[in-house]
Design a protein. Structure first.
Ligand code: ATP
Ligand code: MG
Length: 215
């Protein structure tokens, strides 16, 4: 009897980029999460189900063992802290960059050089705190939940810390990226206890993902 496995992932780009990897592991969802309202999706494999959760909630489900396996962005893992998660594989999907951006014409280098206290709006408090602490820049962090690009335009912040891929959203809002904090991609995460107890089911999935990852 094969063990039951739950895989947590978010819809949108993570699901879109993960579906081919799942397929190469012989796993196909029975419903499309974009059109279905179901939160638990059966797959073609009777012992494997998918749960569809908010991207930032994926590590929590895996940490507590409510899901055995998850797929989460490095941005999300950085904020979560990664406690109790085994992170064996960079899937090289949903790639973008964590960046500092400011309003066009704002002299970021000068502000940093002068030791000015900067107001930073972001959803990524931990990442921003670590980045500016390492640079020795004093910052006031303002937590936002979305549309960070607006903050410098209305005087809420001097700068934002956000994910950038093409840069078109920044450009449309007259913002410029001034510093790269880290490259971002999504990783496979596995509950450590589940890996020990269900290795005969999890290991082949891990191997198939590893073989299918685009370098
Ligand atoms: P929501 O958009 O519902 O607030 P979210 O931003 O957490 O939630 P997504 O926008 O689906 O969710 O992003 C999921 C993951 O995809 C992020 O955690 C990040 O790793 C990655 N991602 C986010 N934005 C981009 C982007 N512009 N290009 C590539 N990958 C991205
Ligand atoms: Mg988003």
């Amino acid at each position: 009897m094969m063990t039951d496995i739950t895989i947590a992932l978010s819809k949108g780009r993570i699901f879109d980029d993960t579906a081919p990897l799942l397929k190469s592991a012989g796993i196909v969802a029975q419903d499309d999460p974009e059109t279905s309202r179901k939160l638990i999706l059966a797959t073609n494999r009777s012992n494997i189900q998918l749960v569809i959760v908010r991207a930032s909630d994926v590590p929590t489900y895996v940490q507590y063992g409510a899901a055995d396996i998850g797929i989460a962005g490095k941005d999300v893992l950085q904020e979560h802290g990664g406690a109790e998660l085994y992170q064996p594989l960079d899937l090289n999907i949903a790639r973008c960059k964590m960046m500092v951006a400011v309003r066009e014409g704002f002299d970021y280098e000068a502000a940093v050089h002068q030791g000015a206290r900067l107001r930073i709006a972001t959803k990524y408090l931990q990442t921003a705190r670590d980045h500016f602490a390492a640079k020795g820049v004093h910052v006031d962090l303002i937590k936002l939940y979305g549309s960070m690009e607006l903050a410098p335009l209305v005087g809420l912040a001097d700068a934002i810390v956000d994910l950038v891929s093409t840069g078109s959203t920044l450009k449309a809002n007259h913002l410029v990226a001034v510093e790269e904090i880290m490259p971002i991609s999504s990783r496979l995460i596995i509950n450590q206890a589940a890996l020990k107890l269900k290795r005969e089911t999890i290991q082949p999935i891990l191997d198939a993902f590893a073989a299918a990852v685009k370098k």
